[in-house]
Design a binder for this molecule. Structure first.
Ligand code: GLP
Length: 260
């Protein structure tokens, strides 16, 4: 795994936006896997900025979001569909027909999850999957002990995730207990993964993910198996890494041709 420790959240987000933009410029019909949460917000702002001021054209891009709450309509203020519209889609030119987000109101959830997997396959697979990390080590909404081979399906949130995400709702009781999420196996099939994690609250999950054993207890740790996974973190999120000086050394000596 490539670990990039940026001096600030802003610089980490700008670097992530450059990586995504470089992919879109090289492959205009790229298939992106997208994430929600507070972590990628500045990355999306960076892409909007490039779309508005630097001719970044997303008209051929296809997107698949990682996850959605079960029971929330797409226009619910806390739904991930609404988050994506407000923070990204409303300000770039991805055609609505190319945007895919799990439907939390689907009447037949297992069938919907299978169809979501089929749509990813039909689009040719995901070129670049963006990911955040939960404080319990989840990716998407794959909570600890998720099968490392899992596909898109229904999951029950941990109490820790409900507490973490309650800040967006009026009270913890309003956070849905169930979600639809791409599986760990789905995520692993993306050609590239780009993981962002910011702040001291993520330091333990980051250390477990990068330097701990691969275990379903920390679903993000399975990314150690991914052939092309980059992790962009700020200093507080890097605080518990044992080999941080090596990661900085690698980045400082990176050949120019490997930079976005
Ligand atoms: C949420 C989302 C994840 C996200 C993570 C971190 O529950 N399902 O996709 O990466 O938890 O969220 P945040 O970026 O707000 O810390």
């Amino acid at each position: 795994m490539e670990v990039i420790i940026a001096p600030s959240t802003g610089e980490a987000s700008a670097e992530a936006a450059r990586i995504v933009a470089a992919l879109i410029r090289a492959k205009p019909a790229a298939v992106l896997g997208l994430a929600t949460g507070s972590t990628p917000m500045r990355l999306y702002a960076g892409l909007i900025e490039m779309h508005t001021h630097a001719q970044l054209d997303l008209s051929q891009v296809t997107t698949f979001n990682l996850d959605e709450y079960v029971g929330l309509a797409p226009d619910h203020p806390q739904s991930y569909a609404r988050f994506m519209r407000d923070h990204f889609f409303a300000n770039v030119n991805i055609p609505p027909g190319r945007i895919h987000i799990p439907d939390g109101l689907a009447p037949d959830l297992p069938a919907h999850c299978e169809a979501y997997e089929a749509a990813i396959r039909d689009a040719g697979g995901i070129d670049l999957q963006l990911l955040g990390v939960g404080s319990d080590g989840h990716i998407g909404f794959n909570e600890p002990t998720s099968s490392l081979g899992s596909r898109t399906r229904l999951k029950t949130l941990t109490e820790q995730t409900i507490r973490d995400n309650a800040r967006f709702f009026a009270s913890p009781q309003e956070v849905p207990r169930h979600v639809i999420t791409m599986g760990v196996g789905t995520i692993l099939q993306a050609r590239r993964c780009l993981v962002l994690a910011f702040g001291g609250k993520k330091a333990q999950a980051v250390a477990n993910m990068v330097e701990g054993p691969v275990t379903a207890d920390v679903p993000a740790s399975v990314l150690q198996f991914h052939p092309r996974c980059a992790l962009l973190i700020d200093e507080p999120a890097a605080a518990l890494l044992k080999r941080s000086s090596y990661y900085r050394w690698v980045h400082a000596n990176k050949p120019d041709w490997q930079r976005p």
